[in-house]
Ligand binder design. Structure first.
Ligand code: SF4
Ligand code: SF4
Length: 428
């Protein structure tokens, strides 16, 4: 079947009932908001690629409704149709009826998982993401054995896999010693207060250089920065996979460590983590994305460190997930002559969590469009604010042979000390 998961390792049994349809009336109300107008077809990246009704919000909502009404039996095909939603929220943004498509899809996935279990790759991923010491051991093992399975690629930020069966996955990011294993775990003078840096998985295990750049900026802005121990994955991947209990466990663990950190502000440099913390943690300490910190400080407080023209990709979880859409004016002010607009800057990069693993054809098809949009700008740098977008965009650029790199905004800016006084507050 076209676009079937490449990683399906369990059969989805038939005859599942959907108790949430009966016991929670709210889902019926959510489903009924969709009036089948089809506006979402104009913005949905999966529909744009696949051109089938099941690949758009309207079709997915209709499928979940049919399941609830037992007009449609569960099947592996149905699981594919729901699992290939990127949860990018583009449909929600354009929907005049406020249909909560992401919630509907997530809840349907959770019900499917509860009844049928998770396929092997999701079980392994959940296990690793819930066990930070295990994840650290695997990263260290990956670093030690890298000559056996991968080789660095010239011009791109990643490692090409040598194992033939895995080549379709494209570049994997360079592995480095986890950030939370580095010293010190506390830095800065703290004249502006204490920030707890929430790392999340990708900043800790995959892009520690982004975490370091974030700490450096916060310290230069006058914050004391602490890296709370025992923090782990934010829980969003579990939620997206349909593992609500796992997401809850991670949330409780992180809340405990963040609330005892002594911080007056929590900052993350991953738009997905920030959106998940803001939307589900409900803790008394304010949460900000590092991009919001930069916006608050204003572009004049920083200088652009690079000498290349750059454009911007808006992560779904920053623009739509948090409503932070003022980044382009900030970057225009910061980059000056180095700034270039990109068409479709807010279109999903195609990562979609486990989508990139389970449905590489769809993920790379959507990634191809993003790589071509970047190529159109002529830039060698695309700035963004989400390590998952960075991972996916770099893989897409390499696959499409576009000579450019995705970087986090914090990697491209530095604090601009004022001549003579060097007081961060004067910019704020
Ligand atoms: S999800 Fe919204 S935009 Fe899409 S068909 Fe339904 S009502 Fe229309
Ligand atoms: S969340 Fe994104 S991929 Fe899923 S139906 Fe909506 S627009 Fe399409």
């Amino acid at each position: 079947m076209l676009f079937q998961s490449t990683l399906r390792l369990h059969p989805l049994s038939t005859g599942i009932r959907y108790p949430f349809m009966g016991k929670e009336e709210k889902i019926e109300e959510l489903l009924s908001r969709c009036v089948r107008c089809g506006r979402c077809r104009s913005v949905c990246p999966t529909f744009d690629l696949i051109h089938r009704e099941w690949a758009v919000a309207r079709g997915r909502v209709a499928l979940v409704e049919a399941l609830g009404e037992k007009r449609l039996p569960p099947s592996t095909r149905l699981e594919d149709h729901l699992s290939t939603c990127l949860l990018c929220m583009a449909c929600e943004e354009i929907c005049t009826n406020e249909t909560p498509v992401v919630e509907i899809v997530e809840r349907a996935r959770a019900e499917l998982a509860e009844k049928s279990g998770f396929p092997l790759y999701k079980r392994l991923l959940r296990r690793v993401l819930e066990d930070t010491p295990l994840a650290h051991r695997l990263v260290n093992l990956g670093i030690l054995t890298r000559p056996l399975w991968g080789k660095k690629v010239k011009d791109y930020r990643g490692i090409a896999l040598k194992i033939p069966i895995l080549k379709e996955l494209g570049l994997v990011p360079p592995l480095e010693k986890p950030f939370s294993k580095r010293e010190p775990q506390e830095t800065g003078t703290g004249t502006r207060g204490t920030v707890a840096l929430f790392l999340g998985c990708l900043l800790d295990y995959v892009y520690p250089s982004i975490a370091q750049a974030t700490v450096d900026i916060l310290v230069k802005l006058g914050y004391r920065v602490v890296i709370p121990e025992n923090q782990g994955c934010c829980g969003y991947p579990h939620m997206a996979m349909g593992d609500r209990k796992g997401a809850e466990r991670l949330k409780e663990k992180n809340i405990q460590t963040l609330e005892t950190s002594g911080a007056s502000l929590i900052v993350t440099a991953c738009a997905t983590c920030t959106a998940h913390l803001k939307n589900t943690y409900h803790i008394p300490i304010p949460v900000m994305d590092i991009v919001e910190v930069l916006l608050e400080a204003r572009a004049q407080a920083f200088r652009y460190k690079l000498t290349e023209k750059a454009t911007y990709h808006q992560p779904c979880h920053l623009g739509r997930g948090q409503g932070v859409k003022e980044v382009i004016p900030f970057l225009k002010g910061l980059l000056g002559e180095f700034w270039v607009n990109m068409e479709g800057h807010d279109r999903c990069c195609g990562f979609g969590g486990t989508m990139a693993l389970a449905y590489p054809q769809i993920s790379s098809g959507i990634g191809k469009e993003k790589a071509h949009a970047i190529a159109q700008t002529g830039c060698k740098v695309v700035l963004t604010d989400c390590p998952a977008c960075i991972l996916q965009i770099n893989r897409s650029l390499a696959r499409e042979d576009v000579k450019a790199q995705a970087l986090h905004i914090v990697e491209a800016v530095d604090f601009r000390p004022h001549s003579g006084k060097n007081d961060p507050k004067q910019f704020i």
